[in-house]
Design a protein around this ligand. Structure first.
Ligand SMILES: Cc1cc2nc3c(=O)[nH]c(=O)nc-3n(C[C@H](O)[C@H](O)[C@H](O)COP(=O)(O)OP(=O)(O)OC[C@H]3O[C@@H](n4cnc5c(N)ncnc54)[C@H](O)[C@@H]3O)c2cc1C
Length: 398
């Protein structure tokens, strides 16, 4: 069977679903395929318990494609980013620095939302758009391109002809592999545990990143859960330690995480399953192939520090949208895709490098190096213009 559309999106994760809503809101016809059925309930097996902190530019994009109205009531604002160095002899805060959004904006830095809920609300938004065909349970299986069109094979035997293929099919992107685009990968031997907690001390919309060794321990505000203050935690450690933590009985795990949090929020209680994620950095050698654009984790993967991953992905999407809108008749041609690569690639490489450096600094085990890290944080923070520039760079507005 043969079908046609303007844009075939391979992958219906958060990036692919947002891309589908964004292009369809601009009038393009979209087919979005993903072999994995979405899990849209918090406590269901396989639910994605990570959260995404949408920084200001990402929020604006969600607003434009009609998704934000569905999310606003579920979002926790992030007003302050608190960096804590706890790299001394004992796990206690020794340097605490607050980056306040009020110094650079009248808005919070961003808004935090659980990934399972994002999927639910994004799918509901897509159901309102007649020009999107969302196909869960269907994967892309092959890519054949010519200068004027792409043909994509779907599992089940359908062939789709499209002007543009957007690969949002994750870090092992089958479309990227079919186009023969190489990637550079860095492995840290590190994993992240992601889960939700409740705690007696309110978070006051402060996101707190605590550095000791093994990687950051980050608490990101969530709305109250069962009447208690609640946060999402991303706890990065070397692989074997992360695996041991995953296997601890709940009471022992709660004691370990309360200690790792330096007790800043009182006794932490688990409020969800624990999930575990391998941590790598990766960047694709180029973002374009014939009739193909790579975006999101198909193009770049970073450790979860500073809420950069998906926010970079939405930066990719903004760039693709602008180019598509400027010359809709040339959607997916070589000139458009070269311009996309040029607009995004250097910035992506810079951010991947920057986050790699932050992660290595946070993993440091030797005491003298941890002391140097605390000194560096103090020094950077004390320079007000540097502090503001760092905040703007983190937001992606500089
Ligand atoms: C612990 C953790 C916390 C994070 N926190 C944040 C944060 O606060 N803020 C932030 O911005 N980022 C964060 N990130 C990063 C963010 O989660 C990722 O950038 C984002 O989830 C990646 O989305 P994606 O859609 O590119 O990839 P994925 O979610 O991996 O989606 C890829 C999709 O492609 C599908 N697929 C696979 N094969 C095929 C095929 N053949 N055909 C079609 N589809 C296919 C898969 O089924 C999958 O649904 C975090 C990451 C981790 C690990």
């Amino acid at each position: 069977m043969a079908e046609t559309c303007d844009i075939l999106i391979s992958g219906g994760g958060i990036a692919g679903l947002t891309a589908a809503a964004a292009f369809a809101s601009k009038g393009f016809s979209v087919i979005c395929a993903d072999p994995a059925p979405p899990v849209t309930e918090r406590d269901a097996e396989g639910s994605d318990l990570r959260t995404t902190a949408f920084l200001q530019p990402a929020q604006a994009l969600l607003e434009r494609c009609g998704i934000w109205a569905r999310l606003a009531d579920h979002a926790a604002p992030l007003q302050i980013m608190r960096i804590v160095d706890a790299g001394g002899a004992r796990p206690e805060p020794r340097v605490v620095k607050d980056f306040n959004a009020a110094d650079i904006s009248d808005q919070p830095f961003g808004w935090n939302l659980p990934n399972w809920l994002l999927r639910r609300e994004m799918i509901a938004r897509l159901a309102e758009l007649p020009n999107v065909d969302l196909r869960f349970g269907t994967g892309t299986t092959g890519l054949f391109t010519r200068t004027d069109e792409a043909r994509v094979g779907l599992s089940g035997g359908t062939q789709v002809t499209a002007k543009l293929v957007v690969a949002c099919d994750g870090r092992n992107s089958p479309m990227r592999e079919a186009a023969g685009i190489p990637v550079k990968t860095t492995r840290y031997g590190q994993k992240a545990l992601a889960f939700a907690v409740t705690h007696p001390v309110p978070h006051d919309n402060v996101s707190t990143e605590i550095h000791r060794s093994g990687g950051p321990f980050t608490l990101v505000p969530l709305p109250e859960y069962q009447g208690q203050p609640s946060s999402a935690i991303v706890w990065m450690e070397r692989g074997p330690r992360a695996q041991d933590l995953l296997n601890l009985a709940p009471a022992a795990f709660e004691a370990a995480m309360t200690e790792r949090s330096c007790g800043l929020f009182g006794d932490l209680k688990l409020a969800s399953r624990r999930t575990i994620w391998p941590i790598i950095s990766q960047s694709a050698e180029r973002l374009n192939g014939e009739r193909l654009a790579l975006m999101a984790e198909a193009a770049h993967v970073v450790p979860p520090i500073g809420a950069q991953g998906l926010n970079m992905s939405l930066g990719d999407l903004r760039s693709l949208l602008e180019l598509a809108e400027a010359r809709p008749e040339s959607l997916g041609d070589a000139q458009m895709l070269a311009a996309y690569h040029k607009a995004r690639h250097n910035e992506i490489l810079l951010r991947v490098k920057g986050i790699d450096l932050l992660n290595r600094t946070s993993m440091l085990a030797p005491r003298p190096l941890r002391d140097l890290r605390a000194f560096g944080l103090n020094a950077l923070y004390s320079l007000a213009p540097v502090r503001k520039t760092l905040m703007q760079m983190g937001l992606g507005v500089k």
